[in-house]
Design a protein around this ligand. Structure first.
Ligand code: ADP
Ligand code: ADP
Length: 240
């Protein structure tokens, strides 16, 4: 069933002069990976940022028409608080961005700002999140060392651990592998497919081959329009 329903969404950064997103309607199923693909500038990241209202932070004359519902709730309704929303809709960025703090502090950050102070519960959440992000074995003996000492691939998996620690329903990923080497990319791709058993994942990628490897559903965008949306297997065909 659809966890995220996008209904006739249009979005403009410049007060309606140009529509960066044009009449997008799309239902994103729960506990699967959905890839947004299409050429640079077609609006993939803009749509991703609409899903957790990150575009609210952009300083321009924005216009949004249409509706996005998450679990049936209109996320742009006046009573919905964007900070609250982002607890349920985590985000992982292209350029991995751990805080210049310890590994432990990075992973526990979201829980601590939510008011959790119990050391045992924080310890457990840190271990659980690092295990889910396939990073625990690599870092368990250096939890209090700086996150910036990790390799790029480890830093991105740490950012994934930080995103999942607060147990969001949805994880948005904007080109999560484009700053990684091929081996680190393969590890993150494997992780993405594993995490889909627990979370609903939306990934922006410029790479068709990556979409075909990690996603269950693919949405193809061109010049702000949704051109095609289907099961990934149907879009890319059977390789045999
Ligand atoms: P994609 O992710 O597919 O490469 P984007 O969503 O980043 O595309 O960009 C879509 C269009 O919106 C581009 O023309 C881009 O220049 C424009 N755009 C993106 N971010 C902003 C912004 N913060 N302010 C104004 N225009 C933007
Ligand atoms: P495509 O060629 O369609 O972009 P690939 O399947 O070749 O996709 O690559 C998948 C991911 O691996 C991409 O996100 C790409 O950025 C990354 N990647 C591929 N080759 C390299 C490389 N030599 N160095 C770093 N990253 C790479």
């Amino acid at each position: 069933s659809a966890l995220i329903e996008i209904d006739d969404l249009s979005f403009s950064y410049d007060n309606g002069k140009t529509n960066t997103l044009k009449n997008i309607s799309l239902d994103i199923p729960a506990q699967e990976v959905t890839a947004f693909i299409g050429p640079s500038g077609c609006g993939k990241s803009t749509l991703l940022r609409c899903l957790n209202r990150m575009n609210d932070l952009v300083d321009s004359s924005k216009i949004t028409t249409g509706e996005i519902r998450i679990l049936g709730q209109d996320i742009n309704a006046p009573k919905v608080d964007a900070i609250q929303l982002r607890k349920h809709v985590g985000m992982v960025f292209q350029k991995y961005n751990p805080f210049p703090k310890s590994i432990y502090d990075n992973v526990s950050y979201g829980l601590r700002i939510a008011g959790e102070k119990n050391k045992k519960r924080l310890d457990e959440a840190v271990e659980r999140s690092l295990r889910s992000a396939a990073l625990w074995e690599e870092v368990k003996d250096r939890l209090h060392s700086s996150a910036l000492g990790l390799s790029g691939g480890q830093q991105q998996r740490l950012c994934i651990a930080r995103a999942i620690a607060v147990q969001p329903k949805i994880i948005l990923m904007d080109e999560p592998c484009s700053a990684l080497d091929p081996i680190a990319t393969a590890k993150v791709e494997e992780l993405i497919t594993e995490l889909a058993s627990e979370f609903t994942i939306v990934i922006v990628t410029h790479s068709m081959s990556q979409a075909s490897r990690v996603s269950n559903n693919t949405a193809f965008f061109y010049l702000g329009e949704l051109i095609e949306f289907d099961r990934t297997q149907k879009i890319f065909g059977n390789p045999s």
